[in-house]
Design a protein around this ligand. Structure first.
Ligand code: GLY
Length: 381
């Protein structure tokens, strides 16, 4: 795919798989969330928060890349721990069950994974707000404690691909209707005319009209927080992959991606917010960059135009090469730092949480992208 990389991507996969194995064997007391990049120690969450599905997803990827059933058994074991989250009142169940369950169903035909993904999709669809035409954040969403009931968030877009997948599996058109309406309403609220993305919005519960846009984790209410842009790119690309008849989905995927490419630094690694002043102290966000790379590799397969395909592929490769050569801890280091850690993830500068860390979703999307670029990942997830 594209021009050959000068960075050894196979070696990077080996390092990441070794780390996944070590972490899985380390007696974790919960789902890995953010990690210390010197010791490799994870801060965990007991119930998976919105991030636990990425750990299960990494285990599925490790099983697929290595053909080692041990990883698959671990994935099933961790998936079972998410059982109680199927009906959690948060739109971020989209993250949890797309990556833990759809991934397991698609890569390994796991019956339990299929069942959980469908149950969660049906449960999410039941929360659809027919007035505002969106899946609400939910009372236990990560950000919902700081906002009221009439709020939306582009991070919640991943619910749509979960519902579209479940609709395809079950033939239930209602799931697809909700998924598409949620995706378009999220765009109305969060995607601006130039295709930059603002993380969050308040709406009038009586008619769904937009009241204001703002951010939870970004630099300012009108700033383009890196992961807002990246989640939009990924969400619309995944949706477009399920529904080629809905042209607006592909258009949103392309336009949000083109905005990213027009603004990302020339080394392909984004700062944590596109609107934050850049100084030598400004943090990068490797996790947002990894999401964007994974999204572009998928988008490259959806576009007909050869030039666009190459543009997205080459941009993804540039970012992945940079992440591997400049941010992934190498094998054989003498300072005791474990290999295979994606450093410089920036979780939440506003609260000062994990701003220079390993982040489980950054690891997931880098590992996924490496699988696509090396041909080890055969199925488009
Ligand atoms: N809430 C999703 C994120 O922090 O990226």
């Amino acid at each position: 795919m594209g021009a050959p990389s000068t960075v050894d991507l196979e070696l990077a996969i080996d390092a990441m798989l070794a780390r996944v194995r070590n972490v899985a064997n380390s007696g974790l007391d919960g789902f890995p969330h953010h990690g210390d990049t010197r010791t490799g120690r994870w801060t965990t969450t007991p119930n998976g928060f919105w991030t636990g599905g990425f750990w299960v997803g990494e285990l599925w990827l490790a099983a697929a890349y290595s053909s080692d059933h041990w990883f698959g058994a671990k994935a099933e074991e961790w998936l079972a721990k998410l059982d109680g989250r199927v009906h959690s009142d948060t739109v971020f169940r989209g993250f949890l069950f797309y990556y833990s369950a759809v991934t397991g169903a698609e890569l390994f035909g796991s019956d339990r994974a299929r069942e959980l993904a469908i149950d969660c999709a049906q449960s999410l669809a039941a929360t659809f707000d027919e007035t505002a035409r969106i899946l609400p954040l939910g009372s236990t969403a990560e950000e919902a404690h700081t906002v009221g009931a009439s709020e939306a968030n582009v991070d919640g877009l991943t619910a749509s691909p979960l519902l579209l997948w479940a609709s395809r599996e079950t033939g239930d058109d209602e799931l697809a209707r909700v998924a598409i309406e949620h995706a378009y309403r999220t765009a109305d609220y969060c995607v601006l005319a130039d295709a930059s993305v603002i993380q969050s919005a308040s709406f009038d519960p009586n008619n769904g009209n937009l009241i204001r846009r703002y951010t939870h984790k970004g630099y300012a209410d009108d700033s383009v927080w890196t992961r807002a842009q990246a989640w939009a790119m990924l969400g619309y690309t995944l949706c477009a992959g399920f529904r080629s008849d809905e042209k607006r989905l592909l258009d949103l995927a392309e336009r949000t991606t083109d905005w990213w490419l027009d603004h990302v630094p020339s080394d392909g690694v984004a700062y944590w917010d596109f609107s934050a002043p850049v100084t030598p102290q400004t943090m990068r966000d490797t996790s947002g960059t990894a999401i964007a790379a994974a999204a572009m590799l998928k988008l490259a397969r959806l576009v007909d135009d050869e030039q666009k395909r190459k543009r997205y592929e080459n941009a993804a490769r540039l970012s992945v090469d940079a992440l591997v050569s400049d941010y992934l801890t190498p094998a054989g280091s003498t300072d005791g730092v474990p290999a295979g850690i994606l450093t410089k993830g920036c979780f939440d500068p506003k609260s000062g949480t994990a701003i220079d860390s390993e982040l489980i979703w950054g690891d997931y999307f880098l590992l996924e992208s490496l699988g696509v670029l090396t041909g080890r990942l055969k199925t488009l997830i």
